[in-house]
Ligand binder design. Structure first.
Ligand code: HEC
Ligand code: HEC
Length: 205
């Protein structure tokens, strides 16, 4: 039973396209063009240096120093959703955030993972400690909610399969986990989901 589930988890349906060219192109559009003609400031207006943003995908999950009480460990998708809601004032930011995440992941695909550490940026020990605590919570959560059907190393392989387009619908790993089986799965934008992904990211290295 367990073996069958593990195998099932590894088989990606054929129509699934992670970081498909269409999704990456859509993300690039959202990155460079604001949806609001009255306020043309786009992500790329402030984040204009491609060399700086290339390292983002590899550096998440990490502590995001938002104004309290919102500062916490976040995934790139969660941080992008927060930025899309704030800068573009979109009340439903998920599709745009997923496309931007796919774009940033493609843009930095060749950079080795270094969660918590951004190339060329200072390292803050407290933020790294917060990430270690997040990984620890994620490990405990995985043991409670996921371990019956998956080994962590195998679930971790799905990290690069998201965000993906499935039949025109776009899905991040965060949203997949929210809809996945098990009792009371954590919400896509929660700390618990960031903890799970921080743990899986650690397991994938
Ligand atoms: C008005 C300027 C401004 C705009 C517009 C803007 N940002 Fe930012 N953003 C910042 C600043 C300042 C920071 C913190 C310093 C940094 O990490 O570059 C930041 C940080 C981030 C981070 C965290 C990067 C890291 O390594 O910690 C993400 C992700 C992000 N922004 C995404 C976006 C997205 C997506 C958009 C477009 C929807 C956007 N931002 C639009 C100013 C802006
Ligand atoms: C009751 C068994 C069960 C539990 C509990 C469970 N999963 Fe799964 N999971 C599956 C099966 C079966 C699949 C393959 C079919 C599918 O995608 O639903 C799967 C697929 C996956 C995938 C691969 C998605 C893809 O399409 O690439 C990931 C990632 C994943 N699970 C993560 C988790 C996480 C994280 C948890 C805990 C929060 C969890 N699962 C809990 C049974 C389970």
């Amino acid at each position: 039973m367990r073996a069958a589930l593990l195998l099932a988890a590894l088989a990606l349906p054929a129509m699934v396209l992670a970081g498909s060219p269409d999704l990456v192109a859509e993300g690039k559009r959202w990155w460079t063009e604001s949806p609001d003609p009255a306020n043309p400031v786009a992500c790329a207006t402030c984040h204009f240096d491609p060399a700086a943003t290339r390292g983002w995908a590899a550096s998440f999950p990490k502590w995001k120093p938002l104004p309290p009480p919102h500062a916490r460990v976040m995934t790139l998708f969660q941080a992008n959703a927060e930025a899309v809601a704030r800068h573009y004032r979109l009340s439903a930011p998920r599709r745009v955030a997923a496309a931007i995440t796919a774009y940033l992941a493609a843009h930095g695909a060749d950079i080795p993972l270094s969660p918590g550490i951004s190339a060329g940026q200072p390292v803050f020990p407290q933020r790294l400690q917060a990430l270690v605590a997040s990984v620890k919570r994620g490990r405990a959560l995985f043991a409670r909610r996921c371990d019956a059907c998956h080994r962590a190393g195998e679930a971790a392989r799905a990290l690069t399969a998201f965000p993906r387009a499935v039949d025109g619908r776009v899905e991040s790993l965060e949203e997949f986990v929210e809809r996945h089986r098990g009792e009371g799965p954590p919400a896509w934008d929660s700390q618990a989901t960031a903890d799970l992904i921080a743990y899986l990211t650690e397991e994938s290295r």
